[in-house]
Design a protein around this ligand. Structure first.
Ligand SMILES: Cc1ncc(COP(=O)(O)O)c(C=O)c1O
Length: 392
């Protein structure tokens, strides 16, 4: 049998790797899940009613790009949230952002760039689909450090111009998983100028945009409009998974330039798996409601305060500006995760499971990631045990 070479060097995915690390050891206390970014706050209450009213649509093949009602609800949400109007022809419904982040590369990454193999830039550490998308299209992923030294976002402008000329796509995650950093308006504006200069597209993963500490993170869409950037430079993905605690709904969207969206829609007309229409109806209702989002955010804001209180004085701790992860410095992330599990039952994730070895080292090696997904009481208790175990 033959198999494709291009995925042969992929490391095992983070969660099977974590199971292999921990599951042969007994937890040393009450099991407290902090490894996976799966929201555990309540879902919006009105789902069942909307779903019931739309069950009949399971009898139809769903609309590929999104129903008019869903695209309209998303257009309105973008306008409310970012103050810019992006018409329905510039939006496509997704089954959650992960597949969109992958399919954007399939639809839009060229076979070569200026006669050479195209480069796809990803921050390091990063959400793993960016690298797999690059490999799937035969591009070369380049892992660019997103560390304290660069404000926890990749400094793409510092790369050599010859490399930038080969870039086809540049992924950025803001608010960043795992570090919780937020790209400022200036960051986005500079990146847009760089993309124009070197002729590449920016793929902004903004799925944590609604979970923030003090102020709503600026989005690439609004900055692109405000700076008069070419809309085709920009692909922005959003999700209901974190905003509305609906990771199982598998619903998100991508917004971009009309031609990019046309190409994405075309590819997906052939090969996509559209969201079932009853679920599109649910998604439309969820995008239209902000009350549950504000309540959800308030629960995370309480946990930011708990984290600041419990971890005050931990060397190198700085609370996230947004998102729901703590990115905590340790000597060796894998050893710390194992010790934490064996001594306390708290289940975190080694930072290096989210990052790659490069010639400048592995920027996740000296970290663990802890997800703030448990309820406040369980979270405070787990975090206190974590602190006493790793930082006493
Ligand atoms: C940074 C980032 N992007 C994208 C996703 C995918 O989310 P979904 O496909 O549920 O929208 C996740 C999920 O954890 C994530 O952390």
């Amino acid at each position: 049998m033959i198999y494709p070479e291009r995925f042969s060097n992929l490391p095992e995915y983070a969660f099977p790797r974590l199971r292999a690390l921990l599951d042969s050891h007994e937890p040393g206390g009450p099991v407290t899940p902090m490894s996976i970014g799966e929201p555990r706050h309540p879902m919006p209450e009105f789902l069942a009613e909307v779903l019931a009213a739309n069950l009949h649509s399971f009898a139809k093949y769903p609309v590929n790009e999104g129903t008019p009602a869903l695209l309209g609800a998303i257009t309105d949400w973008v306008q409310r949230r970012y103050g810019v109007r992006v018409g329905p022809e510039r939006i496509m419904a997704l089954n959650g952002t992960r597949e969109g982040l992958f399919n954007i590369a399939l639809a839009l990454c060229p076979e070569d760039k200026r006669g050479a193999r195209p480069v796809v830039l990803t921050p390091n550490p990063f959400y793993q689909v960016y690298a797999v998308a690059a490999l799937a299209v035969g591009a070369e992923p380049q892992f660019i450090p997103a560390t304290a030294a660069t404000g926890h976002l990749p400094d793409y402008a510092a790369l050599p111009p010859a490399l930038l000329d080969r870039v086809a796509l540049a992924y950025v995650c803001s608010p960043a998983n795992p570090q919780g950093a937020v790209a400022s308006r200036a960051y986005w504006a500079e990146l847009l100028a760089l993309a124009e200069k070197h002729d590449f597209r920016i793929v902004a993963d903004e799925c944590y945009s609604e979970i923030w500490r003090d102020a709503p993170p600026p989005g690439l869409l609004e900055v692109a409009v405000q700076t008069g950037a070419d809309p085709e430079r920009v692909l922005v993905v959003h999700s209901l998974s974190k905003r509305s605690n609906l990771p199982g709904l598998r619903s998100g969207f991508v917004a971009g330039g009309p031609e990019s969206i046309r190409r994405l829609r075309q590819l997906r007309a052939y090969a996509g798996a559209p969201l079932p229409e009853p679920l599109q109806a649910v998604a439309a209702a969820v995008w239209a409601d902000e009350a549950h989002v504000a309540e959800n955010r308030a629960l995370y804001q309480e946990k930011y305060r708990i984290a600041d209180e419990v971890l005050a004085g931990v060397p190198g701790y700085s609370g996230p500006a947004a998102g729901f992860f703590l990115w905590l410095p340790v000597a060796d992330g894998e050893a710390a995760t194992l010790k934490l599990w064996r001594e306390t039952g708290v289940r975190a994730l080694p930072g290096a499971y989210l990052s790659r070895d490069t010639e400048y080292g592995n920027p996740g090696h000296g970290f663990i990631r802890a997800a703030m997904v448990a309820g406040a009481t369980e979270f405070r208790d787990g975090l206190t045990r974590l602190r006493d175990c790793l930082y006493a």
